[in-house]
Write a protein that binds this ligand. Structure first.
Ligand code: SF4
Ligand code: FES
Length: 233
């Protein structure tokens, strides 16, 4: 079948403003949008720029806006759309480097703020740090984040306040605060218990709608809010 991808093209070094260009290709219903982008690049216009790596929903590098929703191009099929005119845009709210490639520097700087690594106050055990099944269950969903940025780029609170840490970084804070092996929960709560941190989340749920790993990010943030509210100083 014929499929038309309407792609936002922009090279800040050459173009005055972004322009939409349509490319019609032959595709199978089971082709992924990433396959379609590959066909555009390989058969029509080699200058098209986009990120990709694993092609299997693991690396998180091909998050983009597909027909108005942030999604992974490698997880969405042609047959998912009735109309075979599909609009492709870069993730919103982030500076465009070229075409569908956005600058994730700010995203990862905010991720770094929450100290996204295990901080244990105990001496290392002879073997691994053990965890019960119940303790692991508390972080089961949160560990599935692949840092694609789809949630953060879909958040209206961030569009109106670039200082907001954003859902992905806050979810990472949850992942370590609720990890039984970690000992820096107060340190991290101090970092996120601020107006531009946790309290900038207005439970809009856009993040939950777009997360390709189906993580209920807003629920995790609500657990952090409860923890902050009940904290004794
Ligand atoms: S929480 Fe979901 S949408 Fe957000 S960065 Fe992680 S995987 Fe992507
Ligand atoms: S290319 Fe890795 S998640 Fe899509």
């Amino acid at each position: 079948m014929k499929v038309t991808l309407s792609i936002l093209r922009y090279d800040p070094e050459k173009d005055i403003k972004p322009v939409r260009k349509d490319y019609t290709i032959e595709a199978e219903p089971t082709d992924r949008i990433l396959d379609c982008l590959d066909k555009v690049k390989w058969q029509h216009d080699g200058s098209l720029a986009y990120r990709r790596s694993c092609s299997h929903g693991i690396c998180g590098s091909d998050a983009m806006m597909i027909n108005g929703k942030n999604q992974l191009a490698c997880q969405i099929l042609v047959q998912d759309f009735k109309k075979k005119y599909i609009k492709i845009d870069p993730l919103p709210g982030l500076p465009i480097i070229k075409d569908l490639i956005v600058d994730m520097t700010g995203f990862f700087q905010k991720y770094d703020i929450v100290k996204p690594y295990l901080i244990s106050k105990d001496l290392p055990p002879p073997k691994e740090r053990l965890q019960s099944q119940e303790e692991r269950a508390l972080i089961d969903e949160a560990v599935n984040c692949i840092l694609c940025g789809a949630c953060t780029a879909s958040c209206p609170s961030l569009w109106t306040n670039e200082n907001y840490i954003g859902p992905a970084a806050l979810l990472k804070a949850y992942r370590f605060i609720y990890d039984s092996r970690d000992g820096a929960d107060n340190e991290r709560l101090d970092i996120i218990d601020t107006q531009d941190g946790l309290w900038r989340c207005h439970t809009i749920f856009n993040c939950v709608e777009v997360c390709p790993k189906e993580i209920n990010i807003t629920w995790h943030l609500s657990q952090l809010k409860k923890k902050c509210a009940l904290r004794e100083f």
